[in-house]
Design a protein around this ligand. Structure first.
Ligand SMILES: Cc1cc2nc3c(=O)[nH]c(=O)nc-3n(C[C@H](O)[C@H](O)[C@H](O)COP(=O)(O)OP(=O)(O)OC[C@H]3O[C@@H](n4cnc5c(N)ncnc54)[C@H](O)[C@@H]3O)c2cc1C
Length: 364
């Protein structure tokens, strides 16, 4: 969010600095499971996601770096009656919004991905059906964040890495100084784009930014032949599967709250559970025989209603919040940069974020 916004602001002639505790892409934006997805999004966020997907199509060209965007489609497999009902309601809205989503029977799922065992018993549940969205896809997280950061730098944005914000000086309801471990900075507007730590930054500014860190875990297998397991697949409540452009299979869990995983590392119980699900689902091609070559975890940023919050705080009045993407921020990043730049520079935007205003949580 910081790099995308820095890039968009600099395009419009603003002078921007980005202050980053580690390096750009060190956290969620570089560790996610690559999904550029509008299917299953909250109705408040749907139009925003659809708009962002249109930007992804030309992002490599615009930023001058290949972000490996591929429109592979997104299959939501359903294993519970509850999820079936939830999808029934959402699909109607998604289709009305123009998203190319359709229901798939078991036979249609078999035709689409012959390598999935649709009869598998996955922890006592079986696949009941699915919904498929052809306009969703994937991109490479680290490459994408790097591409925004480099494009921003070319426009003159200064990026201070290994620099941690530790506090603010506030005077007359405005932030006058951003204090870091490497000195002080100042600016007309201060944007809080600290992902899972946006709540901590909010506290430093005396503002309620209700975001809780949730840990999410990923395993990467050895390579399979390309397109063995396309499209992107998900099963709530188990996880997400995505075969990368290079052939590796990325397996991601549904995230869990901080108190359950108090460390920033991989819980092998979760990875083991994911491996069992994966081996059962793809038993036809013996995915269970592949080695996991890497595991990692990353922090998601859960907001109270599962959607992001964008806008100026009431106090301090030059504090702008762009956070709480609740596990959907990778897809939304390109559109978020435009929406936030519009709101900061013009006070309004045509990007559909009206229901995502920070003001819905800005209760002092
Ligand atoms: C495993 C995983 C899988 C995911 N899968 C998907 C997916 O498939 N599709 C999707 O759309 N989204 C996905 N997400 C969510 C997505 O990655 C995030 O919503 C998005 O990256 C958030 O971007 P951000 O810029 O707000 O936060 P981040 O990328 O976390 O950036 C915040 C930055 O702030 C820095 N920071 C924090 N505190 C300070 C401080 N005090 N001083 C200076 N800097 C600070 C951090 O170092 C960090 O680099 C996933 C997330 C995870 C973890």
């Amino acid at each position: 969010m910081g790099c995308a916004l820095g890039y968009r602001l600099s395009q419009r002639g603003s002078s921007v600095i980005i202050i980053e505790k580690k390096f750009c892409g060190a956290e969620g934006s570089g560790r996610n499971s690559s999904g550029v997805r509008a299917q299953t999004r909250d109705p408040k966020e749907l139009a925003f996601a659809i708009y962002s997907e249109t930007l992804w199509e030309s992002l490599s060209e615009e930023l001058g770096f290949d972000v490996e965007y591929r429109r592979v489609g997104n299959l939501c497999l359903i294993v519970t009656e509850e999820r079936l009902h939830e999808r029934e309601h959402r699909v109607v809205r998604e289709q009305a919004a123009g998203l190319p989503v359709r229901w798939l029977s078991i036979d249609e799922i078999k035709d689409m991905i012959p390598n999935v065992d649709v009869d598998a018993d996955i922890y006592g549940k079986r696949i009941l059906g699915g919904t498929f969205c052809s306009s969703d896809g994937t991109a490479d997280p680290l490459r994408s964040t790097f591409a925004f950061a480099q494009a921003a730098k070319r426009n003159g944005v200064k990026i201070y890495t290994e620099t941690e914000v530790i506090g603010f000086e506030i005077s007359n309801n405005r932030i006058t100084c951003v204090k870091t471990n490497r000195g002080d900075f100042s600016g007309e507007v201060v944007v809080n784009a600290a992902g899972a730590w946006a709540g901590e930054i909010g506290k430093m500014a005396g503002t309620n930014v209700p975001i809780k860190p949730h840990l999410c875990q990923v395993g990467i297998t050895q390579k399979l032949p390309p397109n063995t397991l396309s499209p992107y697949m998900s099963i709530k409540p188990y996880g997400f599967w995505n075969q990368t452009a290079h052939g590796n299979l990325l397996v991601t869990d549904v995230n869990a709250p901080l108190d359950q995983f108090p460390r920033h590392d991989v819980g092998y119980d979760v990875i083991e559970f994911l491996c069992h699900c994966t081996a059962k689902m793809f038993s036809k091609i013996n995915v269970g025989q592949l080695s996991l070559i890497r595991t990692y975890s990353g922090w998601n940023e859960a907001s109270p209603d599962g959607c992001c919050m964008i806008g100026f705080a009431r106090s301090p009045e030059n504090f702008f919040v762009n956070a709480g993407y609740s596990g959907h921020g990778f897809c939304l990043g390109p559109a978020s940069g435009i929406a936030c730049a519009d709101l900061i520079l013009n006070g309004s935007t045509s990007v559909p974020v009206q229901e995502l205003s920070y003001s819905r949580f800005d209760i002092i």
